[in-house]
Design a protein around this ligand. Structure first.
Ligand SMILES: [Ca+2]
Ligand SMILES: [Ca+2]
Length: 383
């Protein structure tokens, strides 16, 4: 359904934002100095020249870092790539250690891929050489975690890039869940990052009670973050594949579904929900909206899954959470699971409530369509 209509959506996008459309990707970690070096490779996979490509470097606090490179010294390096061409950017090592993250921007239509090789050498001995691919913007991520108290250790880096929210830089509270091998949640942590901030920690620093652990970590943010995971053995680091999707099963509820009650299309007619609940609803006509109201406290975590799994539904959901002042807290269209592999039309939000307030969850169809077959289950989990 989405695939059939992508052409018209693309035309709409081009019409509303014709010339300046850009794609932003992130490298959640880079380092140079003190034996560390970083080499970036940008390749134009397309058939025409791409101009105005930028890569910018930031410290852990989000300030611009000027780097010395083979194509010049600056905090933002700009270049063009002919079709098929590769640009190598080698950050030349200063004496002091410089670390942080990098953001690259490409013309939206240019198929450019990039990776960075982080290398650490001490007294002629190579300890670490890690190749990391560029990361696309996403709200949800997950990756495997192992913690033993000694080695191997899992480390992660999180970034709240200003470039993702350039019109209105905001602090973001990121939710980290340690999920056991049986699919249940061992523990949950909240990490707030100021605009531009970068944080690198071992898993057992973020979860001091992790103990001997094997499983996965699910990461959720309201407006997109950068996430990197590394495995450390003694002095060496190895990359861990970070998937651009959450672990959903841990947040499904098994309680009996409550039936949706229409009319519920506005805040005034919203259906009240107390505590965690599963709702059986339907976007029963084109333009239908279903609004649910709950009371939350500052710091509460709310997880919402809108799923059509097993329902033979045509719904392509979008879900949103609003506060009582009509301020959008979080929104999700596709849940981030790998495209072309899994049903992509379901939605997932996991977010921290900012204040004590009445909140509204709104369910709509992406295409503004609807009929009695547009059924869904809404799993609302408050903790
Ligand atoms: Ca409905
Ligand atoms: Ca409705």
């Amino acid at each position: 359904m989405r695939t059939l209509l992508v052409g018209s959506l693309l035309l709409l996008t081009l019409y509303t934002a014709p010339a300046l459309a850009q794609r932003t990707v992130i490298f959640p970690e880079f380092a140079s100095g003190g034996g560390w070096s970083s080499e970036f490779f940008f390749t134009n996979q397309g058939l025409s020249q791409a101009t105005g490509i930028t890569v910018s470097f930031f410290s852990s606090s989000g300030g611009a870092i000027s780097v010395n490179s083979n194509i010049g010294a600056n905090s933002t390096l700009k270049f063009a790539l002919n079709a098929g061409a590769t640009q190598l950017i080698k950050i030349q090592s200063p004496d002091a250690v410089v670390s942080g993250y990098a953001i690259a921007t490409y013309p939206a239509s240019a198929p450019i891929r990039a990776s960075v090789i982080l290398r650490c050498e001490q007294n002629g001995v190579l300890y670490t050489e890690v190749s990391l691919a560029q990361q696309e913007k996403g709200d949800h991520f997950s990756f495997p975690v192992e913690n033993s108290g000694t080695f191997p250790k899992t480390a992660l880096a999180l970034v709240n890039p200003v470039a993702y929210n350039s019109s209105d830089p905001i602090a973001q509270t990121i939710i980290l869940n340690l999920i056991k091998t049986d699919g249940t949640i061992q523990s949950t942590q909240k990490v707030t990052l100021q605009p531009g901030e970068h944080l690198a920690r071992y898993v057992d620093e973020l979860f001091p009670n992790a103990g001997v652990f094997a499983g996965s970590m699910s990461v959720s943010s309201p407006f997109g973050v950068g996430v990197l995971a590394l495995r450390q053995e003694n002095n060496s680091f190895y990359p861990i594949a970070v998937d651009g999707g959450p672990v959903l099963g841990a947040f499904m509820l098994s309680s009996a579904a409550i039936l949706e009650i229409e009319p519920n299309d506005t805040e005034a007619t919203a259906q009240n929900i107390s505590g965690s609940a599963v709702i059986a609803g339907t976007i029963w006509r084109p333009g239908d909206q279903d609004v649910y109201k709950f009371t939350g406290k500052a710091g509460d975590i709310v997880s919402v899954i809108c799923t059509t799994l097993g329902l033979a539904s045509n719904l392509d959901s979008i879900i949103e959470i609003w506060d009582s002042n009509k301020h959008l807290i979080a929104t999700n269209d596709q849940n981030g699971l790998a495209p072309n592999l899994y049903p992509q039309n379901d939605s997932f939000i996991q977010t921290v409530l900012p204040t004590d307030d009445a909140y509204f969850i709104r369910v709509v169809d992406f295409w503004n369509l609807g009929d009695p077959k547009y059924v869904y289950r809404l799993h609302i989990r408050l903790q």
